[in-house]
Design a binder for this molecule. Structure first.
Ligand SMILES: Nc1ncnc2c1ncn2[C@@H]1O[C@H](COP(=O)(O)OP(=O)(O)O)[C@@H](O)[C@H]1O
Ligand SMILES: [Mg+2]
Length: 477
């Protein structure tokens, strides 16, 4: 192993899925800072800087505790703490070995990059998302495991439910497990399906020579790679994404695909994982704060509230209001974040009143924000744009149903629309497919579910359509 350069002010040391920032005294697992004591970090630095060599215990002790006499047992305690921190994932390897009578050695390959290079190098790999994820541990572990047996997994769910967040965390956990790494491609801004292969290649940092077919080049380049590809936001390109995924998986046996979409891609190998909103306390439950915080939706609200106002405190008497807020927002993480952001300008009561008097939409962010993920309204507009005129009318019609409704309710709500039974069924299937309507089975009964934000949006669209048709009607003489 080659010697590392002296550490500069912007040096970053990378090994496996970890990044060590010596100047910032920070150890990251993907983008997540790890809890590590100051001495353990000093020891890690000494070992990583001499990666591949054996460093005697005396040498470590003299560098980490230069002015104090320290027993060897202290070193052992810190080394085992370090191993615990680096070994949070069961499949992770042993980074530090103990060489009997001689000392310790850091055995993983260490890559030394500058901070700037680290940031740009991350771009084709995984974008940083320093968020703490609530309520998804089990799912993330399951998906991580499932990726070993399934070659194509698609996370589906409505806008703002957390698909990208979960997919990125799963991908981060896989960083050390694919010989050729993990690549991320955000397809949100791609409008032209024919450019999918070229876009994917460019997002993955693969240069397609002039005059060469992008898909053929992509398949040839990836043929022998052992790699995970994360394709984010496939919903508006499902057919193209499905065709390319199938071609990729056929051409490259070592490839795995993790996709996010509001709609499944329906490929032969796809494992579809629906993502439900975060659990909130049932309406009317009078919980104390400690109990309410066991619900991930409440925890997320509190975290976001505290991130905006460090001194945000909740009285026990206010806990039911927060629980109600999370419930009214259907436990949808993005809606909860947007509501917490409102605390800058209004009280908890004010936010709830806003939801109750149907001005939900004003909570949802701006319609035209370029960052679609930062505005639920922009996301809904985006899904709406994918619908036919008939599907739009059905969505508007269904907005008058209760939050949960049955097939019979659908028939009743849409009886005013002059469409055939088969067209109605097709429209309903499309709305479910695009995650604008959820589907739940309870025993033999099927229930449909429209999230509060979708309902508010669809009602607004119905109002706009009604207004437009009034204007279209010629004035009576
Ligand atoms: N489980 C979670 N815990 C904390 N924050 C979350 C969680 N899921 C989503 N978020 C936050 O909610 C927002 C929307 O999540 P995102 O993953 O972009 O949704 P989607 O990809 O389904 O549209 C993001 O700001 C994200 O940080
Ligand atoms: Mg997303």
């Amino acid at each position: 192993m080659h010697d590392l350069e002296p550490i500069g002010s912007d040096t970053v040391l990378r090994f496996g899925r970890f990044e060590l920032h010596p100047q910032r005294r920070l150890l990251l697992d993907g983008d997540r800072p790890l809890p590590i004591g100051a001495r353990a970090l000093d020891i890690l630095l000494v070992l990583v800087e001499s990666a591949g060599k054996i460093v005697s215990k005396e040498a470590i002790i003299s560098q980490v505790w230069p002015k104090t006499f320290v027993e060897e047992i202290n070193l052992r305690v810190h080394i085992s703490a370090l191993r615990r921190v680096l070994g949070v994932c069961p499949q992770s390897r042993d980074y530090i070995t103990n060489v009997r009578q001689r000392g310790y050695s850091f055995v993983a390959h260490v890559e030394q990059v500058s901070q700037a290079a680290s940031e740009t190098a991350l771009a084709p790999s995984l974008p940083g998302r320093p968020v703490r994820i609530e309520g998804r541990d089990k799912l993330i572990d399951e998906l991580t495991r499932r990726l070993h047996s399934r070659r194509h997994i698609t996370l589906i769910g409505p806008a703002g439910v957390g698909k990208t967040t979960v997919a990125l965390r799963v991908a981060q956990q896989q960083l050390g497990h694919f010989t050729d790494g993990v690549r991320f491609a955000d397809l949100a801004t791609l409008g032209e399906p024919a450019l999918l292969a070229a876009t994917l290649a460019s997002e993955m940092g693969i240069a397609v020579p002039e005059g060469v077919d992008a898909q053929a080049h992509l398949l040839a380049t990836l043929a022998n790679r052992h790699m995970l590809v994360l394709m984010d936001n496939c919903e508006h390109l499902v057919d193209a994404c499905a065709a390319l995924s199938e071609a990729l998986l056929q051409a490259a046996p070592g490839l795995r695909i993790l996709a996010t979409s509001r709609e499944a891609l329906r490929t032969a190998e796809e494992y579809v994982q629906p993502l439900a909103p975060l659990e909130s306390p049932p309406l009317g439950s009078h919980l104390r704060l400690a109990a309410a915080l066991r619900y991930p939706a409440v925890k997320l609200f509190m975290r976001r509230a505290r991130a905006r106002q460090a001194d945000f405190r909740l009285l026990e008497s206010e806990v039911p209001r927060v629980a109600e807020l999370c419930w009214r927002l259907d436990g949808l993480p993005l809606a909860i974040e947007l509501a917490a952001a409102q605390l800058d300008v209004q009280s908890l009561e004010g936010i709830l009143a806003q939801l109750e008097n149907h001005s939900y939409l004003s909570l949802l962010g701006r319609r035209s924000t370029p960052a679609r993920h930062a505005s639920l309204l922009a996301s809904l507009e985006w899904s709406y744009a994918l619908l036919s005129a008939e599907e739009r009318r059905c969505l508007q019609g269904l907005a008058c149903c209760d939050a949960y409704f049955t097939v019979a309710d659908v028939q009743q709500a849409l009886c005013g629309l002059k469409i055939s039974d088969s067209a109605r069924c097709a429209a309903l299937a499309r709305l479910v497919g695009l995650s604008l309507i959820g589907l739940r089975r309870d025993g033999g009964q099927v229930y449909y579910h429209m999230l509060g934000c979708t309902r508010a949006f669809a009602r607004e669209k119905a109002r706009e359509a009604a207004l437009a048709s009034t204007w279209d009607t010629p004035a009576l003489a």
